[in-house]
Design a protein around this ligand. Structure first.
Ligand code: MCA
Ligand code: AMP
Length: 485
Protein backbone atom coordinates (compact mmCIF):
# COMPACT_ATOMS: atom_id res chain seq x y z
CA UNK A 1 0.00 0.00 0.00
CA UNK A 2 1.47 3.33 -1.05
CA UNK A 3 -0.21 5.45 1.63
CA UNK A 4 -1.19 3.27 4.61
CA UNK A 5 -2.50 6.16 6.73
CA UNK A 6 -4.90 7.21 3.96
CA UNK A 7 -6.43 3.73 3.96
CA UNK A 8 -7.25 4.02 7.66
CA UNK A 9 -7.47 7.78 8.05
CA UNK A 10 -7.75 9.84 11.21
CA UNK A 11 -7.73 13.50 12.14
CA UNK A 12 -3.95 14.04 12.10
CA UNK A 13 -2.89 16.82 9.74
CA UNK A 14 -1.78 15.48 6.33
CA UNK A 15 -1.15 18.58 4.22
CA UNK A 16 -0.92 22.29 4.89
CA UNK A 17 -0.56 25.12 2.39
CA UNK A 18 -0.55 28.47 4.21
CA UNK A 19 -3.79 28.77 6.15
CA UNK A 20 -5.42 25.80 4.39
CA UNK A 21 -4.91 22.32 5.79
CA UNK A 22 -6.47 18.86 5.42
CA UNK A 23 -6.30 16.03 7.89
CA UNK A 24 -5.94 12.42 6.75
CA UNK A 25 -9.73 11.84 6.85
CA UNK A 26 -10.48 14.96 4.82
CA UNK A 27 -7.73 14.22 2.32
CA UNK A 28 -8.89 10.61 1.91
CA UNK A 29 -12.53 11.67 1.41
CA UNK A 30 -11.79 14.42 -1.10
CA UNK A 31 -9.28 12.29 -3.00
CA UNK A 32 -11.78 9.42 -3.14
CA UNK A 33 -14.47 11.70 -4.51
CA UNK A 34 -12.14 13.05 -7.21
CA UNK A 35 -10.88 9.51 -7.95
CA UNK A 36 -14.52 8.55 -8.53
CA UNK A 37 -14.74 11.03 -11.41
CA UNK A 38 -11.47 9.65 -12.79
CA UNK A 39 -12.27 5.97 -12.61
CA UNK A 40 -13.97 5.99 -16.02
CA UNK A 41 -10.80 7.57 -17.40
CA UNK A 42 -8.17 5.47 -19.00
CA UNK A 43 -4.81 6.98 -19.83
CA UNK A 44 -3.10 9.81 -18.01
CA UNK A 45 -4.57 12.96 -16.52
CA UNK A 46 -2.80 16.32 -16.40
CA UNK A 47 -2.48 18.14 -13.08
CA UNK A 48 -2.26 21.93 -13.22
CA UNK A 49 0.44 21.89 -10.56
CA UNK A 50 -0.01 25.22 -8.84
CA UNK A 51 1.57 25.45 -5.38
CA UNK A 52 -1.84 24.92 -3.77
CA UNK A 53 -3.49 22.24 -1.68
CA UNK A 54 -5.62 21.08 -4.66
CA UNK A 55 -2.47 19.85 -6.41
CA UNK A 56 -1.68 17.51 -3.53
CA UNK A 57 -5.27 16.23 -3.52
CA UNK A 58 -5.29 15.84 -7.32
CA UNK A 59 -2.17 13.69 -7.36
CA UNK A 60 -3.40 11.51 -4.48
CA UNK A 61 -6.74 11.13 -6.30
CA UNK A 62 -5.06 10.05 -9.53
CA UNK A 63 -2.89 7.57 -7.63
CA UNK A 64 -6.00 6.25 -5.88
CA UNK A 65 -7.77 5.79 -9.21
CA UNK A 66 -4.70 4.13 -10.77
CA UNK A 67 -4.48 6.84 -13.43
CA UNK A 68 -0.99 8.24 -14.19
CA UNK A 69 -0.73 11.92 -13.27
CA UNK A 70 1.20 14.35 -15.49
CA UNK A 71 2.12 17.39 -13.36
CA UNK A 72 2.28 20.50 -15.50
CA UNK A 73 4.08 23.74 -14.62
CA UNK A 74 1.30 26.35 -14.22
CA UNK A 75 3.67 28.92 -15.79
CA UNK A 76 4.35 26.81 -18.89
CA UNK A 77 3.92 28.71 -22.14
CA UNK A 78 2.05 27.45 -25.22
CA UNK A 79 5.02 25.71 -26.89
CA UNK A 80 5.92 23.73 -23.77
CA UNK A 81 2.27 22.83 -23.12
CA UNK A 82 1.67 21.78 -26.72
CA UNK A 83 4.60 19.41 -26.48
CA UNK A 84 3.57 17.87 -23.15
CA UNK A 85 -0.09 17.48 -24.17
CA UNK A 86 0.79 16.08 -27.59
CA UNK A 87 3.16 13.57 -26.06
CA UNK A 88 1.20 12.42 -23.01
CA UNK A 89 -2.34 12.82 -24.49
CA UNK A 90 -4.12 13.34 -21.16
CA UNK A 91 -7.86 12.79 -21.09
CA UNK A 92 -8.52 15.58 -18.64
CA UNK A 93 -6.95 18.17 -16.38
CA UNK A 94 -7.27 18.34 -12.60
CA UNK A 95 -7.30 21.83 -11.11
CA UNK A 96 -8.72 23.98 -8.32
CA UNK A 97 -12.30 25.23 -8.92
CA UNK A 98 -11.22 28.87 -9.27
CA UNK A 99 -8.31 28.22 -11.64
CA UNK A 100 -8.21 30.03 -14.97
CA UNK A 101 -6.46 27.45 -17.12
CA UNK A 102 -4.12 28.51 -19.92
CA UNK A 103 -5.72 28.27 -23.38
CA UNK A 104 -3.79 25.13 -24.29
CA UNK A 105 -5.46 23.23 -21.43
CA UNK A 106 -9.02 24.42 -21.98
CA UNK A 107 -9.60 21.76 -24.67
CA UNK A 108 -9.25 19.03 -22.05
CA UNK A 109 -12.07 17.85 -19.83
CA UNK A 110 -11.80 19.93 -16.66
CA UNK A 111 -12.01 18.02 -13.38
CA UNK A 112 -12.26 20.32 -10.37
CA UNK A 113 -10.77 19.30 -7.07
CA UNK A 114 -13.15 20.05 -4.24
CA UNK A 115 -14.55 18.36 -1.17
CA UNK A 116 -17.69 16.29 -1.90
CA UNK A 117 -21.05 17.79 -0.90
CA UNK A 118 -22.31 14.50 0.47
CA UNK A 119 -19.79 11.89 1.60
CA UNK A 120 -22.50 9.19 1.64
CA UNK A 121 -22.41 9.15 -2.15
CA UNK A 122 -18.73 8.27 -2.33
CA UNK A 123 -17.85 5.29 -4.48
CA UNK A 124 -16.57 2.17 -2.78
CA UNK A 125 -12.82 1.92 -2.29
CA UNK A 126 -10.91 1.18 -5.45
CA UNK A 127 -8.46 -1.73 -5.51
CA UNK A 128 -4.78 -0.80 -4.95
CA UNK A 129 -3.04 -0.81 -8.39
CA UNK A 130 0.00 -3.07 -8.83
CA UNK A 131 3.47 -1.78 -7.92
CA UNK A 132 4.49 -1.80 -11.60
CA UNK A 133 1.58 0.52 -12.56
CA UNK A 134 2.58 3.97 -13.80
CA UNK A 135 2.03 6.58 -11.11
CA UNK A 136 3.51 9.75 -12.60
CA UNK A 137 4.84 11.04 -15.91
CA UNK A 138 7.34 13.80 -15.12
CA UNK A 139 8.86 15.86 -17.94
CA UNK A 140 12.59 16.41 -17.80
CA UNK A 141 15.01 18.24 -20.09
CA UNK A 142 17.66 16.43 -22.05
CA UNK A 143 20.48 17.64 -24.24
CA UNK A 144 18.58 17.14 -27.49
CA UNK A 145 15.05 18.16 -28.39
CA UNK A 146 12.12 18.91 -26.14
CA UNK A 147 11.66 17.45 -22.63
CA UNK A 148 10.96 13.72 -22.31
CA UNK A 149 8.27 12.22 -20.06
CA UNK A 150 9.79 9.89 -17.47
CA UNK A 151 7.28 7.22 -16.43
CA UNK A 152 7.56 6.49 -12.71
CA UNK A 153 5.90 3.43 -11.20
CA UNK A 154 4.26 3.17 -7.79
CA UNK A 155 6.95 0.69 -6.81
CA UNK A 156 9.73 3.16 -7.69
CA UNK A 157 8.09 5.89 -5.59
CA UNK A 158 7.72 3.54 -2.62
CA UNK A 159 11.29 2.24 -2.94
CA UNK A 160 12.88 5.68 -3.05
CA UNK A 161 10.80 7.09 -0.20
CA UNK A 162 11.50 4.09 2.04
CA UNK A 163 15.23 4.26 1.32
CA UNK A 164 15.21 7.96 2.29
CA UNK A 165 13.28 7.11 5.45
CA UNK A 166 16.08 4.78 6.47
CA UNK A 167 18.84 7.30 5.64
CA UNK A 168 17.13 10.22 7.37
CA UNK A 169 15.21 8.37 10.15
CA UNK A 170 12.15 9.92 8.54
CA UNK A 171 8.93 9.00 10.36
CA UNK A 172 5.29 9.98 10.65
CA UNK A 173 6.28 12.37 13.43
CA UNK A 174 8.11 14.61 10.95
CA UNK A 175 6.67 17.70 9.29
CA UNK A 176 8.32 18.41 5.93
CA UNK A 177 8.51 22.15 5.22
CA UNK A 178 9.32 23.44 1.71
CA UNK A 179 8.43 25.88 -1.04
CA UNK A 180 9.45 23.74 -4.02
CA UNK A 181 7.56 23.63 -7.32
CA UNK A 182 5.12 20.70 -7.54
CA UNK A 183 5.76 19.69 -11.16
CA UNK A 184 9.10 18.01 -10.45
CA UNK A 185 10.25 15.06 -8.39
CA UNK A 186 11.85 17.08 -5.61
CA UNK A 187 8.76 19.06 -4.55
CA UNK A 188 6.06 16.54 -5.49
CA UNK A 189 7.53 13.12 -4.74
CA UNK A 190 9.85 13.96 -1.84
CA UNK A 191 8.01 17.00 -0.52
CA UNK A 192 4.37 15.86 -0.72
CA UNK A 193 4.13 12.11 -1.36
CA UNK A 194 7.04 11.47 1.01
CA UNK A 195 5.39 12.78 4.18
CA UNK A 196 2.10 11.13 3.20
CA UNK A 197 3.77 7.73 2.77
CA UNK A 198 5.27 8.11 6.25
CA UNK A 199 1.95 9.20 7.72
CA UNK A 200 3.40 12.61 8.60
CA UNK A 201 2.65 16.16 7.43
CA UNK A 202 3.59 18.10 4.30
CA UNK A 203 3.74 21.86 4.91
CA UNK A 204 4.12 23.88 1.70
CA UNK A 205 5.01 27.56 1.83
CA UNK A 206 3.03 28.44 -1.30
CA UNK A 207 6.02 30.42 -2.38
CA UNK A 208 9.60 30.13 -1.14
CA UNK A 209 11.16 32.97 0.84
CA UNK A 210 13.54 32.88 3.80
CA UNK A 211 10.94 34.67 5.93
CA UNK A 212 8.13 32.22 5.07
CA UNK A 213 10.48 29.31 5.75
CA UNK A 214 11.43 30.71 9.15
CA UNK A 215 7.79 31.35 10.07
CA UNK A 216 6.74 27.79 9.17
CA UNK A 217 9.67 26.19 10.99
CA UNK A 218 8.97 28.29 14.07
CA UNK A 219 5.25 27.46 14.00
CA UNK A 220 5.86 23.69 14.08
CA UNK A 221 8.97 23.61 16.20
CA UNK A 222 7.21 23.48 19.56
CA UNK A 223 5.15 20.42 18.71
CA UNK A 224 6.77 18.34 15.98
CA UNK A 225 10.22 17.58 14.51
CA UNK A 226 10.68 19.38 11.18
CA UNK A 227 12.63 18.66 8.02
CA UNK A 228 13.35 21.41 5.49
CA UNK A 229 13.78 20.47 1.81
CA UNK A 230 15.35 22.92 -0.64
CA UNK A 231 17.63 23.47 -3.62
CA UNK A 232 21.05 25.16 -3.16
CA UNK A 233 19.71 28.55 -4.34
CA UNK A 234 17.21 28.45 -1.48
CA UNK A 235 19.88 27.51 1.08
CA UNK A 236 22.10 30.30 -0.23
CA UNK A 237 19.24 32.79 0.17
CA UNK A 238 18.47 31.42 3.64
CA UNK A 239 22.10 31.83 4.66
CA UNK A 240 22.18 35.40 3.29
CA UNK A 241 19.10 36.20 5.28
CA UNK A 242 20.37 34.45 8.43
CA UNK A 243 23.52 36.64 8.28
CA UNK A 244 21.44 39.69 9.10
CA UNK A 245 18.26 38.30 10.63
CA UNK A 246 18.72 36.19 13.74
CA UNK A 247 15.08 35.03 13.62
CA UNK A 248 15.89 33.16 10.38
CA UNK A 249 19.05 31.65 11.89
CA UNK A 250 17.14 30.67 15.06
CA UNK A 251 14.30 29.08 13.06
CA UNK A 252 16.75 27.00 11.01
CA UNK A 253 18.34 25.91 14.26
CA UNK A 254 15.03 24.35 15.37
CA UNK A 255 14.79 21.97 12.38
CA UNK A 256 15.50 18.28 12.93
CA UNK A 257 17.06 18.04 9.47
CA UNK A 258 18.00 20.41 6.65
CA UNK A 259 18.14 18.54 3.32
CA UNK A 260 19.51 19.93 0.04
CA UNK A 261 19.38 18.46 -3.46
CA UNK A 262 18.77 18.97 -7.21
CA UNK A 263 22.19 20.62 -7.63
CA UNK A 264 25.48 20.77 -5.76
CA UNK A 265 25.58 22.74 -2.51
CA UNK A 266 29.08 24.24 -2.40
CA UNK A 267 31.17 23.40 0.68
CA UNK A 268 31.36 27.14 1.35
CA UNK A 269 27.57 27.21 1.79
CA UNK A 270 27.59 24.08 3.96
CA UNK A 271 30.12 25.80 6.21
CA UNK A 272 28.21 29.07 6.26
CA UNK A 273 24.95 27.38 7.29
CA UNK A 274 26.74 25.40 10.00
CA UNK A 275 28.38 28.58 11.31
CA UNK A 276 25.06 30.47 11.36
CA UNK A 277 22.74 27.76 12.64
CA UNK A 278 24.81 24.96 14.14
CA UNK A 279 23.14 22.62 11.61
CA UNK A 280 24.82 20.27 9.14
CA UNK A 281 22.99 20.11 5.81
CA UNK A 282 22.23 16.60 4.56
CA UNK A 283 22.85 16.45 0.83
CA UNK A 284 21.26 13.86 -1.41
CA UNK A 285 21.57 13.15 -5.13
CA UNK A 286 18.83 12.09 -7.50
CA UNK A 287 17.40 12.46 -10.93
CA UNK A 288 13.90 12.40 -12.41
CA UNK A 289 14.62 9.07 -14.12
CA UNK A 290 16.21 7.39 -11.11
CA UNK A 291 14.52 9.15 -8.18
CA UNK A 292 17.02 9.21 -5.30
CA UNK A 293 20.38 7.48 -5.61
CA UNK A 294 22.62 8.58 -2.74
CA UNK A 295 22.49 10.57 0.45
CA UNK A 296 24.46 11.46 3.52
CA UNK A 297 22.96 9.44 6.35
CA UNK A 298 21.98 10.87 9.72
CA UNK A 299 23.68 7.89 11.35
CA UNK A 300 26.83 8.17 9.19
CA UNK A 301 29.80 10.51 8.84
CA UNK A 302 29.17 14.03 7.54
CA UNK A 303 31.20 14.72 4.40
CA UNK A 304 30.22 18.06 2.82
CA UNK A 305 31.17 18.17 -0.86
CA UNK A 306 30.01 14.59 -1.32
CA UNK A 307 26.46 13.42 -1.94
CA UNK A 308 26.90 10.57 0.51
CA UNK A 309 26.58 6.86 -0.14
CA UNK A 310 24.16 4.77 -2.24
CA UNK A 311 20.72 4.45 -0.65
CA UNK A 312 19.36 1.04 0.40
CA UNK A 313 18.59 -1.05 -2.68
CA UNK A 314 20.57 1.19 -5.08
CA UNK A 315 23.59 -0.27 -6.93
CA UNK A 316 25.99 2.42 -8.10
CA UNK A 317 29.14 2.20 -10.21
CA UNK A 318 31.32 4.63 -12.14
CA UNK A 319 32.49 3.75 -15.63
CA UNK A 320 35.29 5.09 -17.84
CA UNK A 321 34.92 6.54 -21.35
CA UNK A 322 34.74 3.03 -22.83
CA UNK A 323 31.98 2.07 -20.39
CA UNK A 324 34.24 -0.21 -18.32
CA UNK A 325 33.57 -0.12 -14.58
CA UNK A 326 36.27 1.67 -12.56
CA UNK A 327 37.22 -0.63 -9.72
CA UNK A 328 39.86 1.52 -8.00
CA UNK A 329 37.65 3.50 -5.70
CA UNK A 330 40.31 5.97 -4.59
CA UNK A 331 38.25 9.15 -4.51
CA UNK A 332 40.18 10.59 -7.46
CA UNK A 333 39.38 8.45 -10.55
CA UNK A 334 36.51 10.10 -12.40
CA UNK A 335 33.82 8.18 -14.25
CA UNK A 336 30.15 8.43 -15.26
CA UNK A 337 27.70 7.34 -12.58
CA UNK A 338 25.49 4.41 -13.53
CA UNK A 339 22.78 3.09 -11.24
CA UNK A 340 20.31 0.23 -11.02
CA UNK A 341 17.65 -0.64 -8.49
CA UNK A 342 13.92 -0.55 -7.73
CA UNK A 343 14.01 3.28 -7.75
CA UNK A 344 14.45 3.53 -11.53
CA UNK A 345 11.85 4.83 -13.98
CA UNK A 346 10.08 2.48 -16.39
CA UNK A 347 11.15 4.40 -19.51
CA UNK A 348 10.52 7.57 -21.47
CA UNK A 349 6.95 7.85 -22.71
CA UNK A 350 6.74 7.10 -26.45
CA UNK A 351 10.54 7.09 -26.73
CA UNK A 352 11.77 3.47 -26.81
CA UNK A 353 15.01 4.42 -28.59
CA UNK A 354 15.83 7.15 -26.06
CA UNK A 355 15.03 4.70 -23.25
CA UNK A 356 17.29 2.03 -24.76
CA UNK A 357 20.11 4.55 -25.25
CA UNK A 358 19.94 5.63 -21.63
CA UNK A 359 20.73 2.10 -20.38
CA UNK A 360 23.78 -0.14 -20.49
CA UNK A 361 22.09 -3.46 -19.79
CA UNK A 362 20.14 -2.83 -16.59
CA UNK A 363 22.43 0.07 -15.59
CA UNK A 364 21.04 3.57 -16.18
CA UNK A 365 23.56 6.08 -17.50
CA UNK A 366 23.07 9.25 -15.45
CA UNK A 367 25.45 11.52 -17.40
CA UNK A 368 26.84 12.73 -14.06
CA UNK A 369 30.60 12.47 -13.59
CA UNK A 370 31.93 11.55 -10.16
CA UNK A 371 34.55 9.93 -8.01
CA UNK A 372 33.84 7.29 -5.37
CA UNK A 373 36.10 6.77 -2.38
CA UNK A 374 36.91 3.62 -0.45
CA UNK A 375 33.97 4.20 1.94
CA UNK A 376 31.55 4.53 -0.98
CA UNK A 377 31.13 8.33 -0.74
CA UNK A 378 30.24 9.83 -4.11
CA UNK A 379 31.62 13.23 -5.13
CA UNK A 380 29.96 14.70 -8.24
CA UNK A 381 32.42 16.69 -10.33
CA UNK A 382 30.23 17.72 -13.26
CA UNK A 383 28.13 16.48 -16.13
CA UNK A 384 29.18 14.62 -19.24
CA UNK A 385 27.16 16.93 -21.48
CA UNK A 386 27.74 20.66 -21.07
CA UNK A 387 24.46 21.34 -22.88
CA UNK A 388 22.45 20.78 -19.72
CA UNK A 389 22.30 23.91 -17.60
CA UNK A 390 21.59 23.70 -13.86
CA UNK A 391 19.86 26.93 -12.83
CA UNK A 392 18.09 27.40 -9.50
CA UNK A 393 17.95 23.59 -9.16
CA UNK A 394 16.21 23.21 -12.53
CA UNK A 395 17.95 21.21 -15.24
CA UNK A 396 17.42 22.98 -18.57
CA UNK A 397 18.44 21.78 -22.05
CA UNK A 398 20.30 24.41 -24.09
CA UNK A 399 18.76 23.02 -27.27
CA UNK A 400 15.22 23.68 -26.06
CA UNK A 401 15.99 27.36 -25.53
CA UNK A 402 17.90 27.64 -28.82
CA UNK A 403 14.86 26.27 -30.66
CA UNK A 404 12.58 28.77 -28.92
CA UNK A 405 14.91 31.66 -29.80
CA UNK A 406 15.07 30.54 -33.44
CA UNK A 407 11.30 30.83 -33.64
CA UNK A 408 11.60 34.57 -33.02
CA UNK A 409 11.51 36.40 -36.36
CA UNK A 410 14.45 38.67 -35.49
CA UNK A 411 16.81 35.76 -34.73
CA UNK A 412 18.98 34.26 -37.47
CA UNK A 413 21.16 32.00 -35.30
CA UNK A 414 21.26 31.24 -31.59
CA UNK A 415 23.38 29.34 -29.10
CA UNK A 416 22.81 28.97 -25.36
CA UNK A 417 25.36 28.36 -22.62
CA UNK A 418 25.42 28.26 -18.84
CA UNK A 419 27.52 30.74 -16.88
CA UNK A 420 28.44 30.55 -13.21
CA UNK A 421 26.03 32.52 -11.02
CA UNK A 422 26.34 32.98 -7.28
CA UNK A 423 22.57 32.84 -6.72
CA UNK A 424 21.34 30.30 -9.28
CA UNK A 425 24.43 28.10 -9.64
CA UNK A 426 24.36 28.72 -13.38
CA UNK A 427 22.57 31.40 -15.36
CA UNK A 428 21.32 30.95 -18.91
CA UNK A 429 23.20 33.05 -21.47
CA UNK A 430 21.95 33.43 -25.05
CA UNK A 431 24.24 34.26 -27.98
CA UNK A 432 22.22 35.61 -30.86
CA UNK A 433 23.03 36.53 -34.44
CA UNK A 434 20.22 38.91 -35.40
CA UNK A 435 18.66 38.82 -38.87
CA UNK A 436 18.84 42.57 -39.16
CA UNK A 437 18.67 45.24 -36.44
CA UNK A 438 18.98 43.48 -33.07
CA UNK A 439 15.70 43.39 -31.09
CA UNK A 440 15.70 44.49 -27.46
CA UNK A 441 17.21 41.76 -25.25
CA UNK A 442 14.10 41.95 -23.05
CA UNK A 443 11.93 41.01 -26.04
CA UNK A 444 13.86 37.77 -26.54
CA UNK A 445 13.84 37.03 -22.80
CA UNK A 446 10.06 37.50 -22.69
CA UNK A 447 9.67 35.36 -25.80
CA UNK A 448 11.40 32.37 -24.14
CA UNK A 449 9.65 32.99 -20.83
CA UNK A 450 6.26 33.20 -22.55
CA UNK A 451 6.55 30.23 -24.92
CA UNK A 452 8.44 27.80 -22.64
CA UNK A 453 8.53 28.76 -18.96
CA UNK A 454 9.90 31.69 -16.90
CA UNK A 455 12.72 29.64 -15.34
CA UNK A 456 13.99 28.80 -18.84
CA UNK A 457 14.47 32.45 -19.83
CA UNK A 458 17.99 33.74 -20.62
CA UNK A 459 19.27 36.11 -17.95
CA UNK A 460 21.78 37.64 -20.39
CA UNK A 461 21.62 38.10 -24.17
CA UNK A 462 24.75 38.81 -26.26
CA UNK A 463 24.33 39.91 -29.85
CA UNK A 464 27.19 38.65 -32.05
CA UNK A 465 28.03 38.84 -35.76
CA UNK A 466 28.57 35.11 -36.10
CA UNK A 467 28.75 31.99 -33.95
CA UNK A 468 32.10 30.19 -33.76
CA UNK A 469 31.85 26.77 -35.44
CA UNK A 470 34.15 23.79 -35.86
CA UNK A 471 34.96 22.16 -39.20
CA UNK A 472 31.73 20.09 -38.93
CA UNK A 473 29.70 23.28 -38.59
CA UNK A 474 28.83 22.62 -34.93
CA UNK A 475 28.83 25.68 -32.65
CA UNK A 476 31.88 25.58 -30.37
CA UNK A 477 30.45 26.71 -27.06
CA UNK A 478 33.79 26.79 -25.30
CA UNK A 479 34.95 29.36 -27.87
CA UNK A 480 31.84 31.44 -27.15
CA UNK A 481 32.55 31.42 -23.43
CA UNK A 482 36.24 32.22 -24.00
CA UNK A 483 35.34 35.03 -26.38
CA UNK A 484 33.25 36.59 -23.66
CA UNK A 485 35.94 36.19 -21.03
C1 MCA B 1 9.39 35.76 -15.45
N1 MCA B 1 9.94 36.63 -14.61
C2 MCA B 1 10.57 37.54 -15.36
C3 MCA B 1 10.36 37.17 -16.70
N2 MCA B 1 9.64 36.06 -16.71
N3 MCA B 1 11.26 38.61 -15.06
C4 MCA B 1 11.80 39.32 -16.05
N4 MCA B 1 11.65 39.03 -17.34
C5 MCA B 1 10.92 37.97 -17.72
N5 MCA B 1 10.77 37.71 -18.99
C6 MCA B 1 9.79 36.65 -13.15
C7 MCA B 1 9.18 35.42 -12.56
O1 MCA B 1 7.84 35.29 -12.95
C8 MCA B 1 9.29 35.76 -11.11
O2 MCA B 1 8.37 36.77 -10.83
C9 MCA B 1 10.67 36.39 -11.06
O3 MCA B 1 10.96 36.72 -12.41
C10 MCA B 1 11.72 35.53 -10.48
O4 MCA B 1 11.73 34.33 -11.14
P1 MCA B 1 13.03 33.42 -11.15
O5 MCA B 1 14.23 34.26 -11.05
O6 MCA B 1 12.94 32.51 -12.29
O7 MCA B 1 12.89 32.53 -9.91
P2 MCA B 1 13.12 32.86 -8.44
O8 MCA B 1 11.91 33.43 -7.84
O9 MCA B 1 14.37 33.65 -8.27
O10 MCA B 1 13.27 31.40 -7.90
C11 MCA B 1 14.45 30.78 -7.51
C12 MCA B 1 14.01 29.47 -6.94
C13 MCA B 1 13.47 28.62 -8.11
C14 MCA B 1 12.93 29.71 -5.89
C15 MCA B 1 15.19 28.78 -6.30
O11 MCA B 1 14.47 28.52 -9.10
C16 MCA B 1 12.99 27.26 -7.72
O12 MCA B 1 11.88 27.09 -7.22
N6 MCA B 1 13.80 26.20 -7.94
C17 MCA B 1 13.46 24.82 -7.61
C18 MCA B 1 13.75 23.92 -8.75
C19 MCA B 1 13.39 22.49 -8.46
O13 MCA B 1 12.51 22.17 -7.67
N7 MCA B 1 14.09 21.58 -9.09
C20 MCA B 1 13.85 20.17 -8.91
C21 MCA B 1 14.06 19.49 -10.23
P3 MCA B 1 7.57 36.90 -9.50
O14 MCA B 1 8.64 37.19 -8.47
O15 MCA B 1 6.63 38.02 -9.72
O16 MCA B 1 6.92 35.57 -9.32
S1 MCA B 1 15.37 18.34 -10.08
C22 MCA B 1 14.65 16.98 -9.40
O17 MCA B 1 13.48 16.94 -9.11
C23 MCA B 1 15.66 15.90 -9.08
C24 MCA B 1 14.97 14.57 -8.99
C25 MCA B 1 16.36 16.20 -7.75
O18 MCA B 1 17.46 15.71 -7.54
O19 MCA B 1 15.76 16.92 -6.96
P1 AMP C 1 16.55 16.36 -13.11
O1 AMP C 1 16.86 15.42 -14.22
O2 AMP C 1 15.95 17.63 -13.48
O3 AMP C 1 15.79 15.61 -12.12
O4 AMP C 1 17.95 16.73 -12.45
C1 AMP C 1 18.81 15.72 -12.02
C2 AMP C 1 20.22 16.20 -12.03
O5 AMP C 1 20.42 17.13 -10.99
C3 AMP C 1 21.22 15.10 -11.77
O6 AMP C 1 21.53 14.37 -12.92
C4 AMP C 1 22.40 15.89 -11.24
O7 AMP C 1 23.16 16.41 -12.30
C5 AMP C 1 21.74 17.03 -10.50
N1 AMP C 1 21.73 16.82 -9.04
C6 AMP C 1 20.73 16.40 -8.25
N2 AMP C 1 21.10 16.39 -6.96
C7 AMP C 1 22.39 16.80 -6.92
C8 AMP C 1 23.35 17.02 -5.88
N3 AMP C 1 23.05 16.84 -4.59
N4 AMP C 1 24.58 17.45 -6.25
C9 AMP C 1 24.89 17.65 -7.53
N5 AMP C 1 24.02 17.49 -8.55
C10 AMP C 1 22.79 17.07 -8.25
Amino acid sequence: MLFPRLADPDTAEAVRFGDRGLNYSELATTARAVAGSLSATRGPVAVHAEPRIETAVAVIAALHAGVPAVPVNPASGPAELAHILGDSTPTGVLCAPDTALPDALTGLSRIEVSAPQDTRTLAADLPEPSTSAAALVVYTSGTTGPPKGAVLSRGALAATLDALASAWRWSGEDVVVHGLPLFHVHGLVLGVLGPLRRGGTACHLGRFSPEATATALRAWSGSRPTMLFGVPTMYRRLADSAETDTTVADALRTARLLVSGSAALPVREHDRITRLTGQRVIERYGMTETLMNTSLRVDGPHRPGTVGVPLDGVDLRIVDDEGAPITTLDGTSIGEIQVRGPNLFTGYLNRPEATAESFDGDWFRTGDMATVDGDGFVRIVGRKATDLISSGGYKIGACEIENALLEHPAVAEAAVTGQQDTDLGERIVAWVVPRDTPPAAEELIDHVSGTLAPHKRPRVVHFVDALPRNELGKVTKTALRDQHR
